[in-house]
Write a protein that binds this ligand. Structure first.
Ligand SMILES: Cc1cn([C@H]2C[C@H](O)[C@@H](COP(=O)(O)OP(=O)(O)OP(=O)(O)O)O2)c(=O)[nH]c1=O
Length: 228
C-alpha cells in the first residue's frame, strides 16, 4: 500500500487562507506532519514547535470526546505560549469516537487492530479541538469541529493489508482518511481537513473573528475554555 498524502491530493486543494488576527508570527504547536502540510498548502507561513507530551495527559472518565479535544488543544497551546514572548499559537487535538468510546492514537498493532474492528462497518465521528492563542494579547479562542464518517465493513484481507502497511501509526482511530482508501466516506459535507487533524475552514473563521470572540487567559492558565 502506498502513502498517498501528497500536496496534489484533492483535500489539499483550495484550502482557505485568512489574514492573521495579530501581528505576531504564527507558531504551530504540533508535531503532526499533516497539520503542517495543511497550513502550508493553504499558504500560511509559520514555525513549528511541538508541545511536550505532558500536554496530552489526565484523561477524565466522564469527559466527552469534544471536551477532551478542547482541553488538549488548549493545553498544547498553553505549553508553547509559556515558552515564547510573542507568537500566534495554533494547536489542535484529534480523536475518533464510536458509540461514546474515545479512540486516540493506537499504542501498537494489536491496539490498532482492535480499533479498526470496532469501526468496521460503523458510523463514527472525528472531533478536532483547535486553540488559537495570542501570547502578546494574552487572549485565546478554543473550538471543536465534528465530522461524521462511515467505514465500510473491512474484510480480513483489507484489515491485514492496512495493519501491515503501518499507515495507522500516530493516527487517531488507527486510520488515515488521507491514505487513499475507498472504505471511508465523509457524511453530510463534513470537513476533510478536520478528519486529517486541522479544520482549515474553521481556522480561517476563527482568525477572522478572533478580535470579537477571543477571551482573556486567566492568570493561572485556566483549563480548556470552550469559546463558543
Ligand atoms: C482520523 C485521522 C487522524 N489523523 C491524525 C491527525 C493527528 O496527527 C493524529 C491525532 O493525534 P494528535 O494527538 O491530535 O496529534 P499528534 O500527536 O499527531 O501531534 P501533536 O500532539 O504534536 O499536535 O491523527 C490522520 O492523519 N488521519 C485521520 O484520518
Amino acid at each position: 500500500m502506498t502513502m498517498k498524502f501528497r500536496s496534489d491530493l484533492p483535500l489539499m486543494q483550495g484550502l482557505p487562507l485568512a489574514s492573521l488576527p495579530t501581528e505576531e508570527p504564527m507558531i504551530l504547536a504540533s508535531g503532526s506532519p499533516r497539520r503542517a502540510q495543511l497550513l502550508s498548502a493553504a499558504g500560511y507561513e509559520f514555525s513549528v514547535q511541538p508541545a511536550s507530551d505532558e500536554a496530552e495527559c489526565g484523561m477524565c472518565s466522564r469527559e466527552t470526546a469534544p471536551e477532551l479535544v478542547a482541553r488538549y488543544a488548549y493545553r498544547k497551546a498553553a505549553d508553547i505560549a509559556t515558552k515564547n514572548d510573542c507568537g500566534l499559537v495554533v494547536a489542535a487535538d484529534t480523536v475518533a469516537s464510536c458509540y461514546g468510546q474515545i479512540l486516540g492514537k493506537p499504542h501498537d498493532i494489536e491496539h490498532a487492530e482492535a480499533m479498526l474492528r470496532q469501526l468496521s462497518g460503523r458510523r463514527h465521528d472525528v472531533f478536532t479541538g483547535i486553540c488559537v492563542w495570542s501570547i502578546v494579547e494574552q487572549r485565546c479562542v478554543v473550538d471543536v469541529v465534528r465530522t461524521e464518517l462511515q467505514m465500510e465493513p473491512l474484510s480480513e484481507t483489507m484489515l491485514r493489508d492496512y495493519l501491515d502497511s503501518m499507515l495507522w501509526e500516530g493516527k487517531a482511530g488507527a486510520f488515515g482518511y488521507q491514505d487513499g482508501n475507498d472504505w471511508l466516506e465523509i457524511l453530510e459535507n463534513g470537513s476533510e481537513s478536520n478528519v486529517v487533524g486541522l479544520p482549515m475552514e474553521r481556522l480561517a473563521d476563527l482568525f477572522e473573528r478572533f478580535d470579537s470572540i477571543a477571551t482573556r487567559i486567566a492568570a493561572d492558565g485556566g483549563n480548556s475554555p470552550l469559546s463558543r
